[in-house]
Design a protein around this ligand. Structure first.
Ligand SMILES: NC(=O)c1ccc[n+]([C@@H]2O[C@H](COP(=O)([O-])OP(=O)(O)OC[C@H]3O[C@@H](n4cnc5c(N)ncnc54)[C@H](OP(=O)(O)O)[C@@H]3O)[C@@H](O)[C@H]2O)c1
Length: 418
């Protein structure tokens, strides 16, 4: 595809993102990109565009030789993967926002790009309007990326902000998010952490060259967080955020997870409120950089799709340098996490699994402790997600130097404290 070539787009989906893109493209004539046809599911729905633009037959787009770009923004991941695969096989460049589809089919999508040499751009699938993928690909194109962490789900961040600032309980905050359109009628994908997990699989790939399936990553959402947890956080001068994070350890391997976290007031992520997203990147020599913006919504998401379409005119494609030209990152479970656990009854907490406990409090209705758990325990068990137990990781949760900690445990044992 050359700079002067006209981009003729076949669009799949005309919902929040698809219609947003249609409107944004109308206002960007300089791009030399036109939508030739839009494939939707329900032919009866009223559309804010000429009727002749629409079809329900995907092949009308996928086999149209004039169409050189497929923009896939539908909400069904298996159908989306089929569309993307056929588009590649028919020689078309692809732009997609479907995070679930990409996370679930990452190896196949990488293979299709390798085989066809065609571009697959998906900036909108990570943090919508925040251009984090292209920065990871181009600017952080080295193996000096020390750590990356982010608030990458707007609905959960909205709910946590309301629990914190307006002292709403979880249900009230969720209801308010739904009324304002920040959470779906069925909010489990966001609330239980699935959406952040899918995005994190995509970002781990561009940050470290890791190809991980969602099943490999330890994650949780905010469904178990209580108002009492927010009060404890406030006492300690922390906020609670759902944070996706990855860090290169001294052994060169990468620790990665998506879990609720206590965040210090001076942390960049404490600044990210309501439905906004934020990502902090820490590299070898540049210290920290902070990206902030809208992680969802019609125009913010459409603007990322538009930017990808525009990049196609420069023959841009991800090179996946960290995967193909460096030694790709490898996930490890060999580290420890400092955690806060709040729970209804001690019987739900296998205390013997904790390396040590630093602090504990017991009220009649709710108890909590702060201690250290092997990450493997989170990977291999589910007690920490069950029985109304709430696990929140500490501000700097990753502990590598466990030998010293073991000694500390020993000394506490000798002192009869544990
Ligand atoms: N909304 C956001 O802020 C946002 C942000 C980042 C990424 N995304 C991702 O972008 C994608 C689209 O999200 P959205 O919010 O725009 O969804 P949406 O409003 O629910 O719209 C989905 C669209 O896909 C169409 N569709 C569904 N299945 C189809 C099929 N098999 N063939 C053709 N069309 C089909 C629907 O057709 P009908 O109109 O006929 O029902 C509808 O137009 C999702 O993967 C989502 O995760 C969304």
């Amino acid at each position: 595809m050359s700079y002067h070539q006209q981009l003729t787009i076949g669009l799949f989906g005309f919902g929040v993102v698809g219609e947003g893109l249609y409107k944004v493209l109308e206002k960007t004539p300089s791009l030399k990109a036109t939508i030739k046809k839009v494939c939707i599911k329900n032919p009866e729905k009223k559309r804010n565009a000429p009727a002749e633009l629409f079809t329900t037959d995907k092949n009308e787009i996928l086999f149209d030789e004039e169409i050189n770009v497929i923009v896939e923004v539908i909400n069904e991941s298996e159908a989306a993967f089929e569309i993307v695969s056929t588009a590649f096989k028919n020689g078309k460049a692809v732009v997609s926002a479907s995070k679930k589809m990409i996370a679930e089919h990452l190896p196949e999508i990488l293979q299709l790009q390798k085989e066809t040499g065609l571009p697959f751009l998906c900036e909108a699938a990570a943090c919508a309007s925040i251009p984090v993928i292209r920065n990871l690909e181009e600017y952080y194109d080295n193996d000096l990326l020390h750590a990356i962490k982010g608030i990458i789900n707007g609905s959960t961040n909205y709910i946590l902000t309301k629990m914190f600032e307006d002292k709403l309980d979880f249900k009230q905050a969720l209801l308010q998010a739904q009324q304002l359109g920040f959470a779906e009628a069925d909010p489990t994908l966001d609330i239980d952490g699935w959406d952040a997990l899918n995005k994190w699989c995509i970002l781990l790939n561009h940050a470290y060259g890791i190809v991980a399936s969602p099943q490999q990553i330890v994650f949780n959402g905010i469904q178990s967080i209580q108002l009492s947890d927010a009060l404890v956080a406030k006492e300690k001068n922390y906020q609670i955020k759902l944070v996706a994070q990855a860090q290169k350890l001294q052994n060169g391997k990468v620790a990665a997870f998506v879990l609720p976290q206590f965040v210090k007031q001076e942390d960049h992520l404490a600044f990210v409120k309501n439905e906004y997203n934020g990502v902090v990147i820490e590299s070898g020599f540049a210290d920290k950089q902070f990206f902030y913006g809208k992680g969802a919504g019609s125009f913010p998401t459409a603007s990322a799709v538009l930017s990808d379409i525009s990049a196609l005119r420069y023959d841009y494609k991800y090179e996946y340098k960290k995967l193909y030209h460096h030694v790709p990152g490898e996930l490890t479970e060999d580290f420890y996490l400092k955690v806060y656990l709040s729970f209804d009854d001690w019987k739900y907490i296998p205390r013997e699994k904790l390396e040590w406990i630093e602090e504990w409090h017991a009220e009649d209705d709710r108890k909590y402790l702060v201690g250290v758990l092997p990450f493997k325990e989170l990977k291999n068990s589910t007690w920490w997600k069950e029985n109304n137990t709430s696990l929140i990781v500490s501000p700097e949760p990753i502990i590598e130097d466990v030998e010293i900690r073991k000694l500390k445990k020993k000394s506490l044992e000798l002192a009869g404290v544990i």
